[in-house]
Ligand binder design. Structure first.
Ligand SMILES: *Cc1c(COP(=O)(O)O)cnc(C)c1O
Length: 330
């Protein structure tokens, strides 16, 4: 079952240059790394993050995934789809017991259609469970209630997920080498033998930080990663999450060349201010690519704003990782 999930993926995901006038005025170029096209059922960065965890769950003989998320969590929906495709049961603890009796929103409805057992818990219980998640007593209580499970943290960002996300950069480096060799006469020019170098900034949206952690860890010396927080109030917390994921996933290593922008969340998760909607509409019209708005559009807006402000030296090569496809409401 896992074999099917991995053999039906489109890898490497396509890399597409886009001629963006705002960025061109600032002397920088933009490429889209289309991770949104990886898989129809388990899209984008969720595929990259979940596959290594599904393999680990399978290897340990587990039959059930258990995870956590808010009511609009892409992670819950993707975990349900991945579990189903891998022949595993899934349980999702959802923040907010007031939701239990309401009609399901599209994210939760999709998770339920894929067989996820949704368990609505109060915000207090949700927080308390997450805070004590590593305590044996908590694990025991959850196992008594739901049966033995393989645990995925809220947002799905653990060390395996971050290592899965790192593959985006390996692909990108290989794809960059290919384009360099076909478009330039000196593929081994002054900027290094191939792949990514000091011109490169790889940008992605940040929810729980696993994707950024993987990208930052995989970049070669000189290249930088820029994460754009889509939630409000994550300053400090998200940086420490990414650092912890680096330590856990790369044997205690730390990586210096990344940062998180906290000024483009647009008011918080799921908030799409009018100027963000306008920018996204214009981009879609100009380039014929529909963009996911809770995450990807915010990262694009950050790149535009920083380019207009002159943050990127001319010649910078921006790559926006399109971490997921638009949903019906986009
Ligand atoms: C889940 C999601 C993210 C967040 O990824 P993290 O690894 O949790 O930071 C980013 N973009 C899209 C489209 C997502 O669905």
């Amino acid at each position: 079952m896992l074999g099917r999930l991995s053999s039906s993926a489109t890898l490497p995901s396509p890399l597409r240059p886009v001629a963006d006038p705002t960025l061109a005025r600032a002397g920088v170029t933009l490429r889209l790394k289309r991770d949104d096209l990886i898989h129809p059922e388990v899209p984008g960065n969720k595929w990259r993050k979940l596959l290594p965890n599904l393999r680990a769950a399978h290897a340990a003989g587990h039959h059930r995934l258990l995870t956590f998320g808010g009511a609009y969590s892409h992670h819950l929906t993707a975990t349900a789809a991945a579990a189903r495709a891998a022949g595993l049961a899934s349980v999702g603890l959802v923040r907010g017991d007031e939701l239990a009796d309401r009609p399901r929103n599209p994210a939760l409805a999709a998770a339920e259609r894929d067989g996820m057992e949704l368990v609505f818990v109060s915000r207090a219980e949700y927080r308390a469970t997450l805070d004590a998640l590593d305590a044996p007593a908590t694990r025991r209580r959850l196992a008594e209630r739901f049966g033995p499970f393989y645990l995925l943290p809220e947002g799905g960002s653990n060390a395996l997920a971050a290592r899965g996300a790192a593959a985006t950069v390996a692909e990108l480096a290989a794809q960059t080498t290919q384009t360099t060799q076909t478009t330039q006469t000196a593929p081994n020019g002054p900027d290094g033998p191939n792949g990514l170098d000091a011109r490169d900034v790889v940008c992605c949206p940040v929810g729980s930080g696993g994707t950024l952690a993987g990208i930052a860890a995989a970049l070669p010396p000189g290249a930088r990663a820029l994460g754009v927080a889509v939630l409000r109030g994550g300053r400090g917390y998200l940086e420490s999450r990414v650092t912890a994921l680096h330590r856990a996933g790369w044997s205690g290593a730390t990586f210096p060349r990344w940062e998180i922008d906290h000024d483009h969340h647009g008011g918080g998760y799921g908030r799409i201010p009018p100027e963000l909607a306008a920018l996204t509409d214009r981009f879609e019209r100009d380039h014929g690519i529909r963009l996911e708005r809770r995450y990807v559009a915010k990262a694009l807006a950050c790149l535009h704003h920083r380019a207009e402000r002159g943050d990127f030296p001319p010649g910078t090569r921006l790559t926006l990782v399109v971490t997921g496809p638009p949903s019906a409401s986009d």
